[in-house]
Design a binder for this molecule. Structure first.
Ligand SMILES: *[C@@H]1O[C@H](CO)[C@@H](O)[C@H](O)[C@H]1NC(C)=O
Ligand SMILES: *[C@@H]1O[C@H](CO)[C@@H](O)[C@H](O)[C@H]1NC(C)=O
Ligand SMILES: *[C@@H]1O[C@H](CO)[C@@H](O)[C@H](O)[C@H]1NC(C)=O
Ligand SMILES: *[C@@H]1O[C@H](CO)[C@@H](O)[C@H](O)[C@H]1NC(C)=O
Ligand SMILES: *[C@@H]1O[C@H](CO)[C@@H](O)[C@H](O)[C@H]1NC(C)=O
Length: 373
């Protein structure tokens, strides 16, 4: 009883939002991650090694040819890579990795182009498919004696990382023909519903108890979006030069996502569901670029670009693209995806317990190691 009071007192003083579940928090020994190209560490390249892989994912081509960490739409480490390093895990291997995968500390199901909704318009590996892959993986792992697999309890104590939705909005803004009002009324609740369903399914069918769910970054501030969609109803820009109307829709989604997660957490109250404000870190970096080492004249520019960004919101880092001399001064790598420098800022914020709605400082709670950052 005395311990209970002490625990509650601590929780109360740090202003925790989801009190009940935080009491049961266990530091994860594995990460299971779901998402799109912001998190993909090789799945798309393994699933589609021939064109259209090269055609649609020219960022990878450039990364491979320059000897960087391969098969990522980035000049280096992704947010999930920094996170794995902080936990002293190896970089998470993809579910589709062909050679010598090591899944002891988790699996990455994230695949480029994927959407949160059940739609194969861009990738067959939408969120619900990725969850089916995890369930199959778990069943196979539990009946295997392979030592390169997560321990049984890792499926319940593991960190389930969900970062998806950007493609749902990018495609809607660029190709659906729907007005922003229509997108706000139809797509916003759908995407939030698919994410809550994903959390529920992982809880019910995989025994997941510890989640971190990222919201969608400021789509209206991505350089390729600003240059290709900054016309007509979407053209009005805010003080950062971002497309205000697109960001309003994304913010409506983000606040609905937050509410939906709180609601589902009332139903599955022994789960820890953390909402992480990717959008907030993105805006913070645009507001105070110098603090993070970003050039204030390059916040809306891509480091790697081929000059063709008016045809649609796409990555512009093909083999013929020019790369800036100071990537760490840029937020955007290729017009859509972020630089390693920005990913490091986001990882640091989240793991230190800021821009998340739960006052758990994973860095101190789980003795995370930022020395490789
Ligand atoms: C679509 O998603 C839901 C979960 O949100 C899932 O139950 C359903 O099986 C999915 N349908 C297909 C065709 O994958
Ligand atoms: C933005 O679009 C509106 C029409 O939708 C137009 O009246 C306005 O001049 C445009 N503004 C700019 C800066 O292009
Ligand atoms: C989106 O719709 C909600 C109500 O469903 C409304 O509160 C919000 O202001 C709308 N957002 C935009 C950007 O139109
Ligand atoms: C904490 O976890 C244990 C074991 O996993 C479980 O039996 C218990 O119900 C959980 N407690 C709460 C408050 O969720
Ligand atoms: C931005 O400013 C830096 C100095 O902070 C300068 O070196 C660079 O050339 C400028 N870049 C552009 C695109 O103007």
């Amino acid at each position: 009883m005395a311990i209970m009071i002490a625990v509650m007192f601590v929780l109360f003083t740090v202003g925790i939002v989801f009190q009940a579940e935080a009491a049961n928090f266990t530091c994860p020994t594995a990460i299971f991650s779901f998402g799109d190209s912001l998190t993909d560490t090789g799945n798309y390249a393994s699933a589609f090694p021939a064109p259209p892989y090269i055609k649609f994912h020219s960022s990878y081509e450039k990364a491979v040819s320059s000897g960087r960490l391969p098969y990522r739409a980035c000049n280096g480490r992704l947010l999930i890579d920094f996170t794995a390093q902080a936990f002293k895990f190896p970089f998470l291997d993809g579910y589709f990795k062909d050679i010598d995968p090591n899944y002891q500390h988790g699996v990455n199901f994230a695949t480029s182009s994927s959407t949160a909704r059940n739609t194969s318009e861009a990738s067959p590996f939408f969120l619900s498919t990725q969850i089916s892959q995890l369930i199959k993986f778990k069943n196979d792992a539990l009946s295997s004696s392979d030592s390169n697999l997560p321990a049984t309890e890792a499926f319940s104590t593991g960190l389930y990382w969900i970062s998806i939705g950007l493609n749902d909005f990018l495609r809607a803004f660029a190709y659906s023909g729907l007005s922003l009002d229509q997108i706000n009324v139809t797509l916003v609740p759908q995407v939030a519903q698919f994410i809550s369903n994903a959390v529920r399914d992982l809880y019910n069918y995989a025994g997941a108890r510890n989640f971190i769910v990222l919201n969608v970054p400021a789509v209206g501030c991505l350089p390729s979006v600003v240059s290709s969609l900054g016309t007509g109803a979407a053209n009005s820009t805010d003080s950062f030069g971002c497309l205000h109307a697109l960001n309003e829709v994304v913010q409506s989604y983000n606040s609905l996502l937050k509410t939906s997660l709180q609601q589902i957490n009332q139903v599955i109250s022994d789960a820890t569901i953390t909402y992480a404000d990717y959008y907030g870190v993105h805006r913070e970096s645009l507001s105070n670029p110098q603090i993070y080492g970003f050039q204030s004249n390059a916040t809306l520019l891509a480091c790697c670009e081929d000059g063709a960004h008016y045809s649609g919101p796409a990555a512009h880092c093909s083999s013929t693209a020019t790369t800036c001399t100071n990537p760490s001064g840029y937020i955007s790598w290729d017009g859509i995806h972020f630089t390693e420098a920005f990913n490091k800022v986001v990882a640091t914020k989240f793991l230190e317990g800021t821009f998340i709605d739960r006052a758990i400082n994973l860095k101190t709670t789980c003795s995370l190691d930022f020395s490789q950052f």
